[in-house]
Design a protein. Structure first.
Lengths: 124, 79
């Protein structure tokens, strides 16, 4: 599976990369900063990252998941710094021959990212 | 040894990194003792934080060398 991982301070632009030939399913996911935390309104969240480790852990998770969910490519972009409410903090695009493996990989990847990847959000 | 603090650990210590002088290798327990003596505000976080050595999670029994980069990692919350 091809992997493209980007951790950036810049606003996330969905990838212009062409879709893999042979893909029957392309699943994209955007994680967006909500405008409230529990019931309290917020203007945004501050994300910090231990970048080299985060990139390695994301790579490792995708590698492991690709054995269970055989997809052809996975692109992951995570933003850090101050992210205003309504803007994207996480963007994923996965291509696969069929939808089941693409949905499966995205779902499990996000679950594991939230538990394993050294990225933190705090209220600014 | 270079120590990196993230999120709640950064807020508790008031810094994102610092150098500590250590002439020889030390265990995770010894390092925690040094860090919490210097920053008592880290004590309540110790049980929930992991340590990483040069970008990889510290394994049980692994020691920390004077030239290592050690990160104090509170529970993560990305996404």
């Amino acid at each position: 599976m091809k992997k493209n991982i980007l951790i950036t301070k810049e606003p996330i632009q969905p990838s212009p990369a062409p879709i893999d030939a042979g893909s029957g399913a392309v699943v994209t996911f955007s994680g967006v900063v909500r405008d409230q935390e529990e019931t309290e309104p917020i203007l945004g969240l501050f994300y910090e990252v231990y970048q080299p480790m985060a990139e390695n852990v994301i790579h490792q998770i995708l590698q492991e998941l690709s054995a269970k969910h055989p997809c052809t490519s996975a692109e992951v972009t995570h933003r850090y710094g101050l992210i205003p409410a309504g803007e994207t903090s996480l963007w994923i695009r996965v291509c696969a021959p069929h939808r089941a493996e693409a949905f499966g990989l995205v779902t499990e990847f996000v679950d594991r990212l939230k538990k394993e990847v050294p990225i933190w959000k705090t209220k600014p | 040894m270079r120590i990196l603090y993230f999120a709640q650990a950064r807020l508790a210590t008031g810094r994102s990194e610092e150098e500590i002088i250590s002439p020889e290798a030390m265990s995770a327990e010894s390092l925690w003792q040094r860090l919490t003596q210097k920053h008592p505000s880290l004590l309540p976080l110790q049980s929930s934080c992991l340590l990483a050595k040069n970008g990889s999670l510290l394994q049980p029994g692994q020691t920390l060398d004077p030239q290592d980069e050690v990160a104090v990692l509170p529970p993560v919350s990305g996404g």
